[in-house]
Design a protein around this ligand. Structure first.
Ligand code: GAF
Length: 378
């Protein structure tokens, strides 16, 4: 593992750290003006930066030794940088595109968010870089603006048409709370959630399954949602209430109807989850909502996979209160709500099911809702 000093032969000026995230509920709702309920995880990405007197942007990573991407600020264009460096370069590009005074800079990235696990290592990277450059260049951009910069960097530089959930979770999360975000007006409410005190464990099951066709399928789902809105004469699927589904769905193509049903019912599951937690009910009740979300993502939205289904089913069979795939789908992780003292038994059962089905051996992480992005020691 190489440090900033190893690669650039000088010391960094400052550093920012941003966390990865889980999403408790509200999947594929963020690009439909809907509700999400993510939380930051203890794992994160640190960006260390130092200014340069020329116009060079150099990007290195502790996890990819011997590879330094180096380019002139004026040569930054979408497609010019690939791999992990593109997320950092995209933030520099987006700041410059908005007319902010960015100059040459050395950037070093170091993180422990498992990659490809659906835990948003890319949003963590973007937000860490956005926060660090904001401070380094004295741009004085507010958190909301940094979220927008990171989000647009991913959409327009990296080319992934994601919604705004992951960058918001990385920036706005508070320790011990879930982040209830309305993606239509970007209002947030911090919902207290202390799993450990309730004797519960938030178990992340990284299926180790490679993402398959995620980007193409993700973009297709976005198009399908837009198409459904066109037929239904609404601006976004957020505008459809659950009680209107029986009349609306038979009027559109069956595939679009399934996508619509997922988004509308998922929004309702988010508000039900918030009501349950804020109403002081037993958080174990959340399990049924998680499992309902998984079924909807599997059957209506069709973004699950054999690995995700195996993990979710085995976790529930072994005593989890509920389990569901998180993130974009087609691989990545499952989140299971389990009693703390059943955690290992559930993990063993999930591993055994994967082995029996000839699937990769999953990796397990227990997480607590953690603090969002901010400056950290260099
Ligand atoms: C990915 C995207 F980046 C998010 O914006 C969100 O749409 C999620 O998939 C699905 O809920 O993480």
């Amino acid at each position: 593992m190489t440090t900033f000093n190893d690669v650039f032969d000088r010391v960094p000026t400052l550093a920012w750290r941003a966390p990865g995230r889980i999403n408790v509920i509200g999947e594929h709702t963020d690009y439909n003006d809907g509700f999400v309920l993510p939380a930051a995880i203890p794992h994160g990405v640190t960006a260390r930066v130092a200014p340069r007197s020329d116009g060079l942007v150099r990007i290195a990573s502790a996890q990819v030794p011997d590879a330094v991407d180096s380019m002139d600020l004026t040569d930054l264009t979408p497609g010019a940088v690939s791999g992990g460096a593109a997320y950092a370069a995209g933030v520099v590009w987006e700041l410059a595109r908005r007319g902010h005074a960015v100059h040459g800079v050395d950037i070093h990235i170091d993180g422990d968010v498992p990659r490809g696990a659906g835990l948003s290592s890319s949003a963590a990277l973007e937000c860490a870089v956005a926060g660090a450059l904001n401070e380094l260049f004295g741009l004085r951009l507010e958190q909301r603006m940094l979220i927008d910069v990171a989000h647009k960097a991913e959409n327009d530089f990296v080319g992934m048409p994601c919604g705004v959930m992951d960058q918001s979770a990385a920036m706005l999360s508070q320790a011990g709370h879930l982040l209830f975000l309305d993606t239509r007006d970007m209002t947030v409410r911090h919902v207290p959630f202390d799993a450990a005190t309730a004797g519960l464990d938030l178990l992340v099951i990284d299926t180790q399954a490679p993402h398959r066709l995620v980007d193409g399928e993700y973009a297709r789902r976005r198009r399908e949602c837009a198409e459904a809105c066109g037929h239904l004469g609404i601006a976004s699927l957020r505008d459809l209430e659950p009680h209107a589904l029986p009349a609306a769905l038979p009027t559109i193509d069956p595939v679009l109807a399934r996508r619509t049903r997922h988004v509308v019912t998922e929004n309702a599951r988010v508000t039900d989850t918030v009501a349950l937690l804020e109403g002081g009910a037993d958080p174990r009740g959340l399990g049924a909502l998680l499992s309902a979300s998984h079924r909807s993502l599997r059957d209506d939205y069709q973004v699950s996979s054999v690995e995700l289904d195996s993990a979710a089913d085995a976790a529930v069979a072994a005593g989890a209160y509920g389990a569901r795939m998180i993130g974009g789908g087609f691989g990545g992780s499952v989140l299971a709500l389990v009693d703390g003292d059943r955690r290992d038994a559930v993990a063993d059962a999930v591993s055994a099911a994967a082995k029996e089905a000839g699937l990769p051996e999953p990796v397990f992480l227990s997480v607590q809702p953690s603090q969002g992005a901010g400056p950290c020691p260099v």
